[in-house]
Structures are given as C-alpha cells and as structure tokens.
Design a protein around this ligand. Structure first.
Ligand code: ADP
Length: 467
C-alpha cells in the first residue's frame, strides 16, 4: 500500500484525534455514571420493598379488631400489595385462609407477575430473583399469635413498571447529554483544528509563493497561537530578506554592466579608430586605453572584494594586533596614490594592541584611506589618528576634500551608493567600499561616525571595543 495514502490533512487528523478522545472519555463517564446509578437504584429498590412488606404486615395487624379481621380493609391492603408485586395470604390462628391474593383475583396476580418477569428480563439483572414465599407470625399487643401472613414476592430485588420507566428515562437523559457533548466536542474540535491548520496552510501557500519568486505578498494573519505568530513573522521576514537580496542582485547586475560598459566602449572606440587608421597608436592614445583597462581591473577587484567579503561575512579571526603598525602599513602602500595627487598624509598614532581581525580591519583602513585620497583634491591634506578613549579604540580619518552633502550622508553605507555618479566615475569607485567598512565594524560590534561638510572635508571615526 502506498504510504502517502495513509496521510491525512492536519485538520482532519486533529478533528479525528480530538473527537475519538472525547468519545472515549464521554463513554467511560456515561458507563461509570450508569453503573453507579444502577447500584444505588438497586439498594433503593431493596430498601423500598423491605419497608413495603413491613408496612403491609403492620397494616394488616391493625385490622384485627375485637377478635375479628376487617375483611374489606384487608382486601384493600392486599389489592395495593398486588399492584406493588407483593402477594399476601392471610391465615387466622387456626390456619384458615382469611384473604388470599390468588383466590381474590388470580388474573390480576398473573398479570403483575408477568410484568415483573418482563421487567427483570429487561434489566438483564445478574442477581435475577425467583418467586419465593415467606411466612410471618402476627401477634397482638399481648404477644398472642392472632394469625399468619404468607408473603410471596420475587425476592427483594424486582422492578415494577414505573421503576423501569424511571430507569429508561434516566438512560435517555444520559444518552442525550452524551450525544449533545459529542456534538459540542466535534464543533470545538473543528474550531481548534481550523485554528491550527488554517495558518499552517496560509504559511505553506506563502512559502510556495516565495519559492516562485513572488515576494510582494505578506502574510496578514493574526492567529491566537504564539508559535504560529512567530512562524508567520519569520516567513514574512524571510520574504522581505529574499526580496531585498533579489533587488540587490538586480541592481548589482545593472550596476556592473553599466560600470563595465563605459570603459569598454571607450577602449573599443579608441582601438577601432587606431585600426581604421584615424588615430595613430601613439603613447598618449595607448596610455589612455591603458588607463581604462586599469579602471576595469580596479572595478573587477572591488567586485571580487565584495564577493569575498559576502562569503566570509560572519567569520572573525580575532588576534592580537598592533593598530599603529597596521595603519602605517596601509599608509605606506597608499603613499604612491597620495603623492600622485600631491596629498599630504599626516599620522598621530598611539601604539595600541587590540584583539581584531587583522585582514578585515586592514580592509577598513584601506577603504577609508582610499576614499580620503579619492575625494580630496590635489594638494589636499589627510590626517589619521588612533587613540584609546573610554575603553574604546578610535581610528580617525580626516580630509579637507570635497565633502558630502548633509542629505546624502545617511546613504553612503548602502551598497552601490555614490553621492555623485558622474564624480565617482572618474574616481573608479562603485559604491561598495563603505558598505564593507560598515559590515566589518558591525562584526566587531563597533560603530562608525561621519562628519562632513561640502567643499570643506570629511571625517570618519571608527570606534571599536578595545578587547
Ligand atoms: P566608492 O567606491 O564610490 O568610493 P564608497 O562606498 O566607499 O564607494 O563610498 C560611497 C560614497 O560616499 C562615495 O561614492 C562618495 O561619494 C562618498 N564618500 C566616501 N568617502 C568620502 C570622503 N572621504 N569624502 C567625500 N565623499 C566620500
């Protein structure tokens, strides 16, 4: 048999389990109530019949007045007794029959006996009693025997029609309560299972939509189960993150193709002009082509950096690093670029040892210093300092370059964001340098502050917990 055939939908499974559980509970309760009730009822019947017999004997005794039996009253008592399943024969002290149930009304006796037997069959009683007769002596107040009474009955436990009717009524009530409870339970089970299965279905549909790349829909479902709410929130977050990644991927493709197209077109036009003999392939023209190739290489390197950073994002290799040496190294390596623009780099570095990811913090310094060089005009100044403050390590990069307009400052850490597209084109940046800086600082649980004024200069301060 196919295993999958056995699988049920969540709500059906929940309804089935809940309903079967409740039916079992209700059945056990009903059976226990029934059995306890029957026991108590049996005891009540026995007590009742005992009382009835002793009442009959007392009543008959009181009907012996002045040495004679009051026959009409005894007949009344005997008749009532028959209808209660008790068959009385009264004998005088000489054992002569004064009044006998059978002799009085044989048909009535047989009818009552028949119905008692029927009732007992209906009760399916294990202690089914047989018809028995018992003899009681009747004495007057002086303790003289005035006669005998023979009482015939089906033991002490037998049921009359009204007893059986009463029991039937009780059973009907128990059954109706049981049925009503089962119906209520089915209703509640459906509610509960829908409450659980509906959001699961919504979440699963949403997951399918996400799988198909449809991130616009958000799950707008308010369940009353904490775990389901958390699940819905996570799915919505997942969808938002995937959408963000998808948009980023699209932007990346457009940005990269845009960035690559400009130098490639320039190289192509230059080369075509040289091939067609319009331009002489002199040093100046070849240099210009070479510059575009360098720009391309630079772009590709930055993309590679970003890709590398993305793949190793969460890994930090902490080790004791001398921050002064680290900064000096980067400065030496960038001195050439600064000299090209006649930029003076000044340093005031404290010798601080700190636990950092050397490569990653080195990347932060490289990016911030390159930006300072890139966005500072010829003959400008860059000041780098590092110091300890409030248990933090601070590295400051200050330039007197072109600055950033106030309204743009909040965007500069976003991927591919550049303040001035045309301006950055000449500088070779693609807008990922500060994104990488920010992520590395976040990983170190640090912060970065920016102060900048257009045409006056910028200041970036990296603040890292000094471990
Ligand atoms: P890019 O590769 O374009 O330099 P970044 O992410 O490093 O990208 O920087 C984002 C933008 O922030 C830059 O395009 C530039 O406009 C601005 N910027 C960064 N550093 C400076 C700075 N020192 N002076 C002026 N503008 C800066």
């Amino acid at each position: 048999m196919d295993y999958k055939l056995k699988k049920l939908k969540l709500n059906k499974k929940l309804i089935l389990s809940l309903v079967s559980l409740i039916i079992i509970v209700i059945l056990s309760i009903a059976l226990s109530i029934n059995s306890v009730f029957n026991k108590k009822f049996e005891q009540y019947i026995i007590r009742n019949n005992e009382n009835e017999i002793s009442n009959i004997i007392d009543s008959i005794r009181s009907k012996y007045v002045n040495g004679k039996w009051e026959l009409s009253s005894i007949q009344q008592i005997g008749e009532d007794a028959i209808s209660n399943g008790i068959f009385v024969d009264l004998y005088d002290k000489d054992s002569n029959l004064v009044w006998g149930a059978m002799t009085y009304n044989k048909n009535m006796c047989h009818m009552v006996m028949g119905s008692i037997e029927n009732n007992m069959n209906y009760m399916i009683n294990k202690n089914k009693s047989n018809y028995t007769e018992k003899l009681f002596e009747i004495k007057n107040l002086d303790n003289e025997i005035i006669g005998n009474i023979k009482i015939g009955s089906y033991g002490l436990l037998y049921y009359m029609d009204n007893d059986v009717d009463f029991l039937k009524e009780i059973n009907k009530v128990i059954t109706s309560i049981g049925i009503v409870m089962v119906l209520i339970t089915i209703f509640i089970a459906i509610l509960i299972s829908n409450n659980i299965s509906k959001p699961v279905e919504v979440v699963s549909n949403m997951a399918n939509l996400i799988g198909d790349g449809d991130y616009d829909n958000k799950i707008d479902y308010d369940s009353n189960i904490v775990e389901i709410d958390v699940l819905i929130k996570s799915i919505n977050n997942l969808s938002a993150k995937l959408e963000e990644q998808e948009n980023l991927r699209k932007r990346l493709t457009t940005d990269i193709s845009h960035e690559l197209r400009t130098p490639l077109t320039s190289i192509q036009t230059h080369l075509e002009a040289m091939i067609d003999g319009i331009w002489e392939p002199d040093t100046e023209r070849l240099n210009s082509v070479n510059e575009e190739v360098i720009r391309l290489t630079n772009l590709v390197n930055q993309l590679q950096n970003l890709a590398k950073f993305d793949s190793e994002k969460s890994k930090l290799n902490l080790a004791k690093v001398n921050v002064k040496n680290l900064i000096m190294n980067v400065v030496y390596n960038n001195q050439g670029k600064a000299l090209e623009k006649n930029i003076n780099i000044e340093c005031d570095l404290e010798s601080i040892d700190s636990y950092l990811d050397k490569d990653k913090i080195s990347q932060v310094i490289v990016n911030l210093l390159s930006n300072a060089i890139r966005y500072t005009n010829n003959g400008g100044k860059i000041f780098i300092s590092s110091y300890k403050e409030n248990n933090n390590l601070k590295i400051q990069f200050k330039d007197n370059g072109i600055g950033i307009p106030k309204e743009n400052i909040k965007y500069i850490f976003e991927r591919f964001y550049r303040v001035d597209e045309s301006r950055s084109k000449n500088t070779g940046g693609i807008g990922v340098g500060l994104t990488i800086v920010k992520s590395i600082i976040d990983l170190h649980q640090g912060t970065i502050e920016v102060r900048s004024e257009l045409n006056k200069g910028s200041e970036f301060i990296v603040i890292l917990p000094n471990l």
